[in-house]
Each structure stands twice: as C-alpha cells, then as structure tokens.
Design a protein around this ligand. Sequence first.
Ligand code: GMT
Length: 376
Amino acid sequence: MKIGIVCYPSIGGSGLVATELAVQLADLGHQVHVISYSTPFKLPDFKANLSFHAVDPINYPLFNQNLYTFSLTTKIMEVAEEYELDIVHAHYSIPHSLCAHLAREISNNKFGVVTTLHGTDVTIVGKDKPLYRINQFGIEQSDCVTTVSRFQQKSIIEDFHIKNCVDVVYNFIDTNRFKPVCDAQLVERYKLVNSAEKILMHISNFREPKNVEAVIETFYRVQKKFNCKLVLVGEGPDLQKIKLRCRELQICHNVHYLGKMESVQAVVPLADCLIQPSKVESFGMVLLEAMACSVPTVSSNVDGIPEVIVDNETGFMHDPNDYESMAESVLKIFNDENLAKELGGNGRKRAIEHFSYQTIVPQYIEIYEKALRKQV
Ligand code: GMT
C-alpha cells in the first residue's frame, strides 16, 4: 500500500506512535510518506520505503494568522497526487484529520482517510467549544477511526455522538529496543546513584495532566524512609513549579533532572520504579515502555491506564492524589527485590504478549484495508 502518515513531529505520544508505525510499515514493504511541519524526532535519516515531506510555511504579510491548516492540506494533496497514495492516516484529529478530508475533496487522487484519536485531541482540545463541531466533522468524515484504549473509545462515542464505528488499536512497542537493563547500562546507573540507592523515575512533558506535583509529594514521603533518588526526564511548563517545590521540601540534592531526551530506552531500564500519577491519560506510553524494560510501575488508575497496567501484577495503581498510598507502593517495591522482579517480569511478558509491534501493526493494516474497501 502507499500510505501517508500525518503527525506532530515533537516528542510526545502521538508523534512517537505515528513514527514507529511508519517505520514498521516501511519494513513490511509498504511505501510510507510521513508529512509534518518538521522531521519527527524518531524518524530515521534514511530508510527504504520511507520518506519525509515537510509542510511549507505560508509567509505573506497579509496573513497575520498562521495558515498551517492550509499549508498542510496542500502538502497532503501534493503528496497524495505525486505518489498516488491509497491511504492518509491522520494521527491526532486537529487539524490533521480535517486537512486530510479537505485534501481528498480537492485532489484528483481519491484516497481513504483513517484518523487515530490519541487522547488530548478528544479530552482537552476536542471539548473546547470553538473546535468541537469541526472535530466532530473530522471524525465523522473518516473512513475509519481508531483510538488507543477502550476508555477513549467510549468517551469519543459519548462526547461526539458519532455514528461511525471507532476501533481500538492499542499503542505498541519494540520490545527488542525497550528491554531490561544490561551491564553496559549499569555503568550509567552508578552515575546517578550509589549501589545502595534506588531510582524512582518519572518521564513526561510536564504538563498539567501529568500531575507532576504528585511525583514530588510521593517522592518526598519515600525518601524519608529509603535511600533513593528521583530522576526526572522531560521538559514542560510545570518544571519550574516542581523545582520550586523541591527547594521548599529541601530535597533538591536527591533529584536529578535529565531534560528532554530522544531515546528514553537508554534510561528507562535504569529505574527501580517508574511513577506516572496522571490525572488524564488515554493510554500511557511511558508505562508501556517501563513494562517492556521490566520496570515495575506506580501509577494513577485513571482513563486508559487500567488497560495497560494490571494492578498488583505489573505495578500498583492508586487515585492520582493519593500520595500516601503511592509512596507505600514505591516503598514496597524498593524493599522487596523479589516482588520488584516479579512485577517487572510480568510487565515485560504483558508488553510482549499484548503490545508488541508484531501484534498491533497488522491491526492497522486491516483498518487500512477496511478504509480502502469503503472507497470502491
Ligand atoms: O500525553 C501527552 O500529553 C501527549 C499526548 C500526545 O498526543 O502526544 O499523548 C496522548 O497520546 C499518547 C499516544 O497515543 C498516549 O499514550 C497518551 O496517553 C495520550 N495522552 C493523554 O491522553 C493525556
């Protein structure tokens, strides 16, 4: 198949999933064209069957508003015509899905449109009044719509009152890249902690839904009882607030900030426990990354997280603001090596069995075939 993949290029779940999907589809022999405003961070420089098309900005003094929607539509149309695309797969509805529909209307080449809703495009952006109707239109016009958890499927159907079917295709991971710690990585671990200390890790974009205050409050309780360090990976608007809180609690000496990282597979396996207390989370890619690396997790129990994590089996789940229980669970993991090993092992097994690319990518191919059948 000839497939166009439209996504955001920045570090974040939807761009990551879209890029990994592009790579896997290219490996399977499909011709894949990634379309975005800059090169997605995970896209390989060169790969057979895979090419990248940058959206050209429109710069004319009269247009003081950003016309990204039109420049993206134009690029989708150009790529679709030049490479005779069969499918355009829009990751994140706004504005990608709408642009794909508009491009199809204008284009001489009629392609199928598949939209994957990742979470905030529905839960936060989608419910926003000015965007609600156009988001609803974008979803309804798609030949196939997918989303990343059953929770999200239910809320899309309820919030948007749409008539078309929404398929759940879970996010996936390459368990050959995300794997348990190896000896070489242990050298890196001992740059962060000494051999008696444990690592509690949090990885996110430090935005409001990630509830990073809960990470700090939980860690504060844990470090009183166990010799450990908090390792924070990522950047975002709440980072400054968090740094301030660490100063107030006088725990700065126990916190490492590693910043934004392209390859978290280098650090995830170093953790003894990964904490993700999100208030909103349609899936939780980082939890899957931890599971694949045999790292036990302590997380919130919201939205799609219970579809990824099995409570008491791969990690522990609590209410997002129940710092006491989260701290107790982290301590349980730190204090009991056998339990940590068991949870980690179960997590890796679950990642391989349910969320490997070998299991999930064929599901997307089936969706493309379904969308193509609607075109004839
Ligand atoms: O989590 C974010 O803020 C980023 C966001 C995105 O669109 O990149 O992530 C969403 O999509 C990911 C990939 O499907 C999911 O794993 C995340 O759970 C989802 N985030 C939210 O629902 C808050």
